[in-house]
Design a protein around this ligand. Sequence first.
Ligand SMILES: O=C(O)CCC(=O)C(=O)O
Length: 283
Amino acid sequence: MEQKEPTVVDGLNISDHVLEIRHQGYSIVEDFLDGQAVADLKNAFNTQVPITEMRAIGTDTGRTWRAHNLLAKTRAADYLFLDPRLRAIVDGVIGKRSQVNVTTLFNVLPGETRQFLHQDDGLWPIPRPHPPFLCNALIALDDFDEQNGATHIVPYSHLWHDRSIDQSVATVQVSMKAGTMLLWEGAMWHAGGANVSADRERMGFFLSHGVWYLRPQEIQLLSIPPDVARQMPKLLQRLIGYHRFGLGVDGRDPIDVLNDGVVVSPDARSAAQWRAQYDSQRP
Ligand SMILES: O=C(O)CCC(=O)C(=O)O
């Protein structure tokens, strides 16, 4: 059988990562960001982004700070969504024309407890088995290790369509250096770990993509005001939901409508006007 050439983007073997995600549920891209990029993101997040305490997914200590809806709050991360390596992996896992599902910055402080194991695709009531429809990426902005609560994952569990999880199942904790990206298929069971370190925070940037035809968890079209969306590069506008689909907005490309605010087709006229035109053209 003829071997297909692997897809390589900016030196990264995309085919390998896509196959790993399909096969074992996750994959790890080392050195996805360099030290300067990590420092810039941390600085932007520490100074620009309003944070809330998260009490959910089995934790109620308030020791996790979270900011969602990041694309409404900072421009510092736009380029990550456009990164050709990330785009190629997402395309390979869930297909082309995906959209942003969730954007989250989190910082897990010492004293935080472990989350319960959960599947991110469980929010959509779609019977299993189903094709993968979420591709998640988590970029470490601090070194993650067992002390500060590195993410727990259950490899291969994205294929467990016929059983619910036993919360005491064996997990793997993903230790990774700042700048590394962990990717996983939305059906894989995972959980944030307990931060038992004395004084080490664990900051991460979570970007989740979904297929373009399901409602994203964060309604990007509402969460990001049009004034903000207008400043974005066109590809990012498509990714937050201004994608071409069916009739668009009265037949127009949603990006044209974002730019000019015209929601009624310029060709549209009342039936009386159309009738008058037909009548005037009648021989
Ligand atoms: O803390 C982590 O590493 C993962 C967090 C997570 O899965 C979540 O908050 O849904």
